[in-house]
Design a protein around this ligand. Structure first.
Ligand code: FCA
Length: 337
């Protein structure tokens, strides 16, 4: 070895020994703590624009504040538990999660506890075996009933605008009653619609299996086919992907887009694409909520908790704004989506 290099190596070694001698017992722990923080961001539908945007916002915050975010798609319970194991193996200290089934609550909590990991929920609040929210897990999600009310109001206003009489209109209500936030959203929409004079007997339920376009399409098909006598439809559901799936069915059935008012929730990529189509479709609008803020704030809450022991707020509820063809770009900008 070149003597200069050897001298350098030797002095580096001496320095290292001196340092390690000076470090009291437990040093390895403090060395680990100096490593950049790692957290996970787990979502039930990694292909949905809403969740892509949340994860992107979390990653961006990490880049800015010096921690890293491991994004994982967890479409079922096994994948969630495997992801938590995987995060622990990588040294992650906690995670944000939107679980594929809220009833996984106790299992997720137990697994996180084994690794001494902190976690918060985003969008879908976990429940225990009796269906009660896990109160000790901090949550950030939409103010579901209020946003549902906005959906119902937007539909009612547009019906009025088009001069539709309530007795000649059917409502396709696509439901997921196993997910509390979904039920609260569609209940909210129904409430406002009825308050505007909509006929209760003209509301038809279409239960969905999955909360995406395909789920909306499959739920809507049989219900629309059963009512060929109804010429005008309004459509609502827990999110815009579901409504878009149903709008595609109305197109297949050759119901003119002017006879359909679909209003969704989210304000993400698919809605933007729809608003950019040359001709208006049956998708009238959506209540846009900032997925950027959901991703960012839930991550910030978790990181503050891990780093500074600051307990996150128990339940943060976010608001939305009606986005239609005419204002979508402004609303998008305003909400930083
Ligand atoms: C649920 C829905 C998503 C989104 C989110 C905020 O998880 O499935 O589409 O609306 O709430």
């Amino acid at each position: 070895m070149n003597p200069k290099l050897r001298r350098l190596t030797l002095s580096a070694l001496t320095a290292l020994t001196a340092v390690s001698l000076a470090i009291p017992f437990g040093a390895s722990l403090s060395v680990q703590a100096d490593e950049p923080l790692k957290i996970g961001f787990l979502v039930k539908m990694p292909e949905q624009a809403w969740f892509i945007n949340e994860q992107k916002a979390a990653t961006a915050l990490g880049k800015q504040d010096g921690f890293s975010v491991i994004n994982i798609g967890t479409p079922d319970g096994e994948k969630v538990l495997a992801a938590i194991d995987n995060l622990a193996a990588q040294g992650a200290k906690g995670f944000v999660i939107c679980a594929p089934d809220v009833r996984l609550g106790p299992a997720i909590r137990a697994r996180a506890k084994t690794y001494n990991m902190k976690f918060v929920t985003v969008d879908d609040q976990l429940v225990d075996s009796s269906g009660k929210p896990l109160a000790d897990v901090p949550h950030l999600g939409m103010s579901a009933s209020k946003i549902g009310n906005q959906v119902g109001q937007a539909i009612a206003d547009e019906m009025k605008q088009r001069g539709w009489k309530p007795e000649e209109v059917g409502a396709l209500r696509i439901t997921d009653y196993e997910l509390p936030t979904a039920k609260a959203r569609t209940d909210g929409a129904t409430q406002s619609l009825l308050a505007s004079g909509f006929k209760k007997e003209n509301i038809f339920d279409a239960p969905q299996k999955t909360t995406d376009d395909e789920g909306g399409f499959n739920a809507a098909s049989p219900v629309l086919a059963q009512h060929p006598n109804i010429k005008r439809w309004v459509i609502y559901a827990l999110n815009e992907e579901t409504v878009l799936g149903a709008v595609r069915v109305t197109e297949q059935l050759h119901i003119p887009s002017a006879d359909v008012i679909g209003v969704g929730i989210n304000g993400a990529g698919e809605a933007f694409a729809e608003f950019q189509k040359k001709e208006p479709t049956g998708f009238y609008g959506t209540i846009a909520v900032s997925s950027t803020n959901h991703g960012k704030e839930s991550t910030q809450n978790l990181v503050d908790w891990i780093k500074n022991g600051k307990q996150p707020p128990a339940d943060t509820q976010t608001t939305g704004k009606l986005m239609v063809r005419g204002n979508w770009q402004d609303v998008r900008k305003e909400l930083g989506i």
